[in-house]
Design a protein around this ligand. Structure first.
Ligand SMILES: [Zn+2]
Length: 310
């Protein structure tokens, strides 16, 4: 082989290698968006009991009016009186506008605004905000099982740039993956102390109940945290979550129909509690059968009215 052929062979191998490495822990990368998203086709049979609820909720582009209500659970619920997070704020910018998922319970919007300001105080240059909820919450056509009641938000592990991003940048920009290719630890080339400070800042906000990160990140946080460790109990290891972290806030006061999740165990979750996540069968899980799609029958009765209203 000539030098050029050698180089080519090397490049092919190297890129194949990195594609495999990426698949391993990027179970939930944020796919690129679109500048001209296709409108969803009309449903043939919207009233059939078998119609997946995600098909109904995904077709609602405005919120259900009235006072804010998070109804049901994080995995099977909906949202009334949602408000949008401004797409550009003093300390944040919303990504993937074509997904139209920057809606939440007003308490979530307030949280993002507050967290963005607090994050700047620890040296994070503003937040890039991924998915929150759809205008009426509910299940989504892609990516999430939670994010249904306007109390979840994904925050990228990439700081906001110093300029207001264009539509193109928001749709096609990609987030930093902070986990090493072998998934056993964070990538020291990417991970910084400021990433840890960012997560701690979110965890210490009183409304936050749970934060999901890749297990490698959890391991690094536990290792790097000093004596003040109480906040670590809110940070839970999960699949994926290598390029963004997921923040869940509590059911707002007065939202009687909101179903809270049991609080995480009070321990910092270090040591043997993490073993499961680094087992071969967890790092490279066998394919699983998809669960049957949620229908309105599997959701709180109030969600039917919310999704059926014009
Ligand atoms: Zn999430």
């Amino acid at each position: 082989m000539g030098a050029a052929a050698h180089l080519l062979a090397f490049l092919v191998l190297a890129s194949a290698g990195s594609a495999v490495a990426q698949e391993k822990h990027l179970i939930d990368p944020t796919p690129p968006g679109s500048l001209e998203p296709e409108p969803l086709p009309l449903l043939q049979n919207p009233d059939a009991p078998s119609t997946p609820a995600k098909e109904l909720f995904a077709r609602k582009s405005i919120p259900f009016p009235g006072p804010p209500r998070s109804i049901g659970g994080y995995f099977d619920g909906c949202l009334a009186g949602a408000m949008p997070l401004a797409i550009t704020g003093p300390n944040w910018q919303v990504m993937r506008l074509s997904r139209h998922r920057n809606w939440g319970n007003p308490q979530l919007v307030r949280f993002v605004e507050r967290f963005a300001e607090n994050a700047r105080k620890v040296g994070w240059n503003g937040l890039l905000v991924g998915d929150m909820s759809q205008p009426r919450g509910g299940p989504m056509l892609s990516e999430h099982r939670s994010h249904q009641i306007g109390l979840d938000v994904d925050i990228w592990f990439t700081p906001m740039p110093d300029h207001v991003q264009s539509r193109e940048e928001r749709e096609f920009g990609s987030a930093n993956d902070v986990v090493a290719p072998d998934q056993l630890d964070v990538d020291p080339e990417v991970w910084t102390q400021t990433h840890a400070e960012l997560i701690r800042t979110a965890a210490q906000d009183p409304v936050v109940t749970r934060i999901l990160v890749n297990a490698a990140i959890k391991k690094a946080l536990c290792r790097e945290a000093g004596a003040d460790r109480a906040w670590l109990s809110k940070v839970r290891p999960w699949y994926g979550h290598a390029e963004h972290f997921h923040v869940q806030i509590a059911c707002p006061e007065g939202n009687a129909e909101c179903k809270p999740q049991p609080p995480p165990r009070p321990s910092d979750g270090y040591g043997h509690e993490l073993d499961f996540w680094f087992k071969e069968s967890t790092l490279h899980p066998p394919p699983t059968k998809p669960k049957p799609a949620l229908t309105l029958a599997g959701m709180p009765p109030g969600c039917r009215q919310i999704v059926k209203a014009p």
